[in-house]
Design a protein around this ligand. Structure first.
Ligand code: ZN
Length: 91
């Protein structure tokens, strides 16, 4: 997993976790949003691993994924979307 592209730190999804009881880690998120967390720069391979990290390391209640696990095809689509986002930024 590459380092978090700097522009993503300005995306709403990468703001600090909100404090409404349950935090949402969106499908396709790989970088921890906790301030100063080293995993904010070194991402996880899977969103589920990020969810476990947020729950256990930062002691936050993480909202469960809406419907089971993503299929491989859905994960590929999300990765493609992120890759395109990054490619667009580098042009
Ligand atoms: Zn963290």
């Amino acid at each position: 997993m590459p380092d978090l592209p700097i522009f993503l730190s300005n995306c709403p999804a990468y703001d600090e976790y909100d404090d409404e009881g349950l935090v949402t880690v969106y499908h396709g998120e790989f970088w921890c949003r906790w301030p100063q967390c080293h995993r904010g720069k070194k991402g996880f391979n899977a969103t589920n691993n990020l969810r476990k990290h947020v729950a256990s390391v930062h002691n936050l209640a993480v909202k469960l994924a809406d419907v089971g696990n993503l299929t491989g095809t859905e994960q590929d689509a999300i990765r493609t979307w992120y890759d395109d986002l990054i490619d667009d930024q580098e042009e």
